[in-house]
Design a protein around this ligand. Structure first.
Ligand code: CMX
Length: 138
């Protein structure tokens, strides 16, 4: 596969309202969007980093049974996933599965900001949850 860049870093937080002031007032980033992704049971807040296209995505759980709530229960707040931008996501997933990697998503699904996304299982990726993202409008 060919990764173009880091699309975003996903950080699990207890509360967007409590976390956002640190990113805005201390790191000097601007929260430009808050979006709920109901299917993932999360509310997200996005920040662009400087002149780059890389973003920080804060993730607040909307459901005690959701992946983010379970992550925080087990590990506390922190870096939850790294997302890479790719082109041809379905083909990338097929080739990755052929290499014996455990996929959480065999086909892309809709993530925040209209991106097509798919996760690789952390058991196959040295313990780091990895998300692959494709912008369908590019
Ligand atoms: N990073 C690394 N390891 C993780 C992890 C993460 N984010 N989340 C879970 N794990 C590990 C757990 O520690 C556990 O390891 P052990 O078996 O060694 O204890 C194992 O994976 C299984 O975890 P679990 O708590 O039992 O939870 P599940 O199997 O129910 O779910 C996972 C794990 C990764 C499949 C789930 O977190 C998931 O589906 N994540 C993808 C969805 C997601 O995170 N969405 C939020 C992002 C929204 C967006 O960007 O659009």
């Amino acid at each position: 596969m060919k990764l173009s860049r880091i699309e975003h870093l996903g950080i699990a937080v207890n509360s967007l309202d409590e976390a956002i002031p640190f990113f805005e007032n201390v790191l000097g980033l601007k929260c430009y969007a808050i979006e709920e992704v109901a299917e993932q049971k999360v509310r997200t807040a996005f920040f662009k980093i400087g002149e780059t296209e890389t973003k920080i995505e804060l993730l607040e759980s909307t459901d005690p049974d959701g992946a983010i709530a379970k992550f925080i229960e087990k590990r506390g707040q922190g870096l939850q996933h790294v997302a890479f931008a790719v082109e041809g996501l379905q083909q990338v997933l097929d080739l990755t599965a052929e290499k014996g990697v455990k996929l959480l998503d065999k086909t892309p699904r809709k993530g925040a900001e209209g991106l097509n996304i798919a996760f690789l299982h952390p058991k196959s990726t040295c313990g780091v949850l990895m998300e692959l993202c494709e912008n369908p409008n590019k």
